[in-house]
Design a protein around this ligand. Structure first.
Ligand SMILES: [Zn+2]
Length: 166
């Protein structure tokens, strides 16, 4: 196995349909995570190699591909279908907790989020949110706006149960 994907900083990921929920969790934690939708496993492995991404999958066939067995592409082969257990396994394999950056990346489209002032987003959020929240981020890709109150706290609670937050 190679640790090339980690040596340069934060690991980047590519997941397939066998770990779809996990992709959202990794993005919530601020990791660059592509969701591979193609039919050919080989395409995913080649893309992982080209973009220096760690593959996360439940598909044993992917882990048996030559680029993976030779260690040119790192694969985390998941053993459990529950997202919580999957997240724990990725944590154990890569040591993510110190690299978690909550809400820096869009959960829906993987684009980097940009901080916004309350005034900048005022006409695009519900009035009660404007009255109660002060921290906002916007996705430069899909325009989705996140604030700290809702998703944020729920996610931090779930991550805390995984010891994924430093
Ligand atoms: Zn987005």
């Amino acid at each position: 196995m190679t640790d090339g994907s980690i040596a340069n900083g934060r690991p980047r990921f590519i997941v397939d349909h066998t770990a779809g929920k996990l992709a959202r969790w990794l993005r919530m934690m601020g990791f660059d995570c592509l969701f591979f939708t193609g039919a050919d496993d080989g395409d995913m492995v080649r893309r992982a190699l080209a973009e220096d991404r760690v593959i996360v999958t439940r598909d044993t066939g992917v882990a048996k591909r030559r680029l993976a067995t030779r260690g040119q592409v790192r694969v985390v082969l998941l053993h459990d279908e529950r997202p919580e257990r999957q997240m724990q396994q990725v944590n154990d394999a890569l040591g993510l907790p110190s690299m978690v950056r909550p809400f820096t990346r869009c959960i829906e489209c993987n684009t980097v989020l940009v901080p916004r002032t309350p005034e900048e987003v005022r006409d695009r959020i519900p009035p009660y949110v404007y009255r109660t929240q002060t921290r906002y981020v916007e996705c430069a890709g899909c325009g989705r706006i996140y604030w700290q109150g809702t998703h944020w706290e729920a996610m931090m609670r779930r991550l805390a149960t995984l010891n994924a937050v430093p």
